[in-house]
Design a protein around this ligand. Structure first.
Ligand SMILES: [Zn+2]
Length: 243
């Protein structure tokens, strides 16, 4: 990553000519979305995120701000935004049908199976198949920093998650460490049938890294990382090729 870059990317995704994506660092602001030459032509779509399993399909920019935690589109020029500060941002890309999704995976949305709702919507609208899906998992609070209570353990257990794979008991009675990243990885592979080699991860912990925002560390709701994915307007792709 060069000094100037304010967001992290995944090299496999950068090779897709029609795609733009990034996992914002703390230094990446809403103004940067407008000033970055590559992103300036996009229309940004932000949700009122609510830790649900609600996912929307967009043919164009929505008239009002939608309340939910996942967006799916095959439309060019829409930049899907997920804001996080410890939760896991997940992008899905159907490389065959040219479809993208952005999902806000906190612990609640994860056990509520928001990724299933997302993939179901991609199947319904585009007949997407698991074998053609790539997934990208960005920075989140990682397991050694993420102690949770019994209630969360029980929610995952009741939803059929493999709890011995994603939880470790804490020394504190009735408390556990949750590996949120692994929970979503497991769900993508075991429940949704993605190929492990098609899942890419940025193994960075929001709590440990000062260059990232963490709600648990900052205790400040307004500080959130901006994560984005979108399909380049074709005109711009052609222009880039001709240059
Ligand atoms: Zn950490």
């Amino acid at each position: 990553m060069s000094k100037k870059e304010k967001y992290l990317t995944i090299s496999r995704l950068k090779k897709i000519p029609w795609l733009v994506h990034g996992f914002g660092l703390a230094s990446f602001t809403p103004e940067d979305l407008k000033e970055d030459g590559k992103l300036a032509s996009f229309q940004t779509v932000e949700m009122k995120q609510e830790h649900s399993s609600r996912v929307y399909y967009l043919e164009g920019p929505p008239a009002d701000r939608l309340a939910g935690d996942g967006l799916v589109t095959g439309a060019e020029g829409l930049l899907l935004i997920i804001k996080t500060a410890d939760c896991l941002p997940v992008f899905l890309i159907d490389i065959k049908n040219r479809v993208v999704a952005a999902v806000h995976c906190g612990w609640r949305s994860t056990y509520l199976e928001i990724l299933l709702a997302t993939v179901n919507l991609m199947k319904e609208k585009f007949s997407s198949q698991a074998e053609n899906l790539l997934a990208a998992l960005g920075p989140c609070i990682e397991k050694d920093c993420y102690e949770v209570g019994l209630e969360i353990f029980e929610n995952f257990s009741a939803a059929g998650f493999k709890t011995d794979f994603i939880f470790w008991p804490s020394r504190n009675q009735g408390r556990f460490y949750l590996d949120l990243r692994k929970a979503n990885w497991w769900f993508l592979v075991e429940r949704l049938g993605l190929k492990p080699e098609n899942i890419f991860q940025l193994n960075q912990c929001t709590f440990c890294q000062p260059g990232l925002h963490s709600f648990r560390r900052n205790k400040e709701k307004s500080l959130r990382l901006i994560n984005f994915i979108g399909i380049q307007p074709q005109l711009m792709v052609n222009r880039a090729v001709n240059e």
